[in-house]
Design a protein around this ligand. Structure first.
Ligand code: GAR
Length: 208
């Protein structure tokens, strides 16, 4: 049984998609051991508690500096003895110590088709604003392993979503979540939990 720590920052709809998929059997052989937020007001914490899952806030505001905060974050994750760290709407850039502690064991959902609209400054609604500004006709979402770069790790799954005339960042965000994020994040977890995902020469190979 793969035990996960899910790291969140906000609403937690991706966390909800994971919890629903576990309940419905679309994710087999995996459980959420803890949900950790940097933001004490994150609704994701409520979602976790209402499912009987331990929900913890590790806030940068509680620590003297970034180094102390990073140390506490890594220590908290390690204290739950998890096999996989899932960044589900987590706006904190993972510290080097976390990446070293969990090589090819941290995954992230990004709301665009990497390598487009990703990297520093591309997160949350701003990704969709930039997609609309550029006028691309297709966007989507990506699940990838996290390495030391920003959105540079091996890609596990991607799904394309049409951009429609008249879209606002909010309508586009919702469509990308519904049609892509909430499907490919649970799917990627299921594949990892069931030994179907390996990284070979920097690229993901999936045994279906
Ligand atoms: C999601 O769209 C997720 O892909 C994005 O933040 C949103 C969080 O929503 N993540 C990033 O931008 C990471 N770079 P949620 O809290 O409802 O899951």
């Amino acid at each position: 049984m793969l035990k996960m720590a899910v790291l969140v920052s906000g609403g937690g709809t991706n966390l909800q998609a994971i919890l629903d998929a576990i309940e419905e059997g679309r994710i087999a052989n995996a459980s959420v051991g803890v949900v950790i937020s940097n933001n004490p007001g994150a609704y994701a914490l409520e979602r976790a508690r209402s499912h009987g899952i331990e929900a913890v806030c590790v806030s940068p505001a509680s620590y003297a500096d970034r180094e102390c905060y990073h140390g506490a974050l890594v220590q908290t994750v390690q204290s739950y003895q998890v096999d996989l760290v899932v960044l589900a709407g987590c706006m904190v850039v993972m510290p080097k110590a976390m990446i070293e502690a969990y090589p090819d064991r941290i995954i992230n959902i990004h709301p665009a088709l990497i390598p487009s609209f990703c990297g520093t400054g591309f997160h949350g609604l701003s990704v969709h604003e930039k997609v609309l500004e550029r006028g691309v006709k297709v966007t989507g979402a990506t699940v990838h392993f996290v390495d030391e770069g920003t959105d540079t790790g091996p890609i596990i799954l991607q799904k394309a979503v049409d951009v429609l005339q008249g879209d606002t960042p909010e309508t586009l965000q919702r469509r990308v979540m519904e049609q892509a994020e909430w499907q490919i994040l649970p799917r990627a977890i299921h594949l990892i939990a069931n030994g179907k995902v390996s990284v070979e020469q920097g690229k993901v190979v999936i045994k279906e």
